[in-house]
Design a protein. Structure first.
Length: 254
């Protein structure tokens, strides 16, 4: 577990946020990488324990604990080759998050026998690069490597904040390609960190940051590599998609 201080300046257009000012925080960073789920499993569990260890699942609202998304329960009708609604995890399966992207939408990879797995429907060699933390689904934005996450009271259109967020990535091969940025409700950058890289194919990387000094995360911006999966722009050098998300129980915005 690592503590460090950093800052970046970044603009957020979503929900009329302002240019961020420099903000100092004392985050708790959880990270791990390797060639199998066991290589990152302990760090993933430690981050859940940071919030008390209880996975609150679907629906309801709780004073503590955390939520997890593993994509595997998404119906085939909302998975590849079809797109997933951006509000699926606040409406269909209420866990208090809604997604945004400057790209064209979001997709969850298909189940075996329904369509090509691990995004082979978008890029023929994708499954030779990717693997899963929790079999067998993965998640990506389309037409952009950027995914933004806004938090809500699960099942409601009531804005919320969280005390931390983490994601599992697959095929992170460069130290500076995949990052998570954390913003407060005023658009100030609380923290930014890069996911740990692993050389080779079918690898996993986990990055999560928790805040324990009163900071409240309103928006998370994820940059998954620098290649657009399924987009016209095939430039860049690091093709990355995501698996499980884990985050502190969303609390009503004060």
């Amino acid at each position: 577990m690592e503590r460090k201080v950093t800052f970046l300046s970044m603009a957020l257009a979503t929900v009329a946020l302002v240019w961020p000012a420099i903000t100092f925080a004392a985050p708790v960073v959880f990270e791990a990488s390797g060639s199998s789920p066991d290589d990152i499993r302990a760090a993933f569990k430690d981050f859940g324990d940071f919030f008390g260890g209880k996975n609150n699942g679907v629906n309801g609202s709780f004073p503590d604990g955390h939520r997890e998304i593993n994509w595997d329960g998404v119906p085939d009708a909302f998975a590849a080759p079809n797109n997933m609604p951006a509000n699926f995890f606040n409406q269909n399966s209420p866990r208090g998050v809604v997604f945004f992207t400057p790209g064209s939408g979001f997709q969850v990879s298909a189940n075996q026998g329904v369509a090509p797995i691990e995004f082979d429907n978008l890029r023929p060699d994708a499954s030779s690069k990717f693997t899963t933390f929790s079999a067998q689904r993965l998640f990506t934005a389309l037409g952009s490597p950027v995914t933004e996450v806004l938090f809500f009271i699960p099942g409601k259109a009531q804005a919320a904040t969280t005390k931390g967020f983490g994601a599992v990535f697959t095929h992170v091969t460069r130290d500076d390609s995949t990052k998570i940025e954390y913003f407060d409700v005023n658009g100030r950058l609380l923290y930014s960190a890069f996911a740990p890289a692993v050389r080779g194919r079918e690898t996993l990387s986990f990055l999560a940051v928790g805040f324990d000094e009163g900071e409240e995360v309103f928006l998370v911006r994820i940059t998954s590599g620098d290649v657009e999966l399924g987009g016209d722009n095939r430039g860049g050098r690091d093709l990355v998609v995501m698996d499980d998300f884990i985050y502190g129980e969303p609390q009503a915005l004060n």
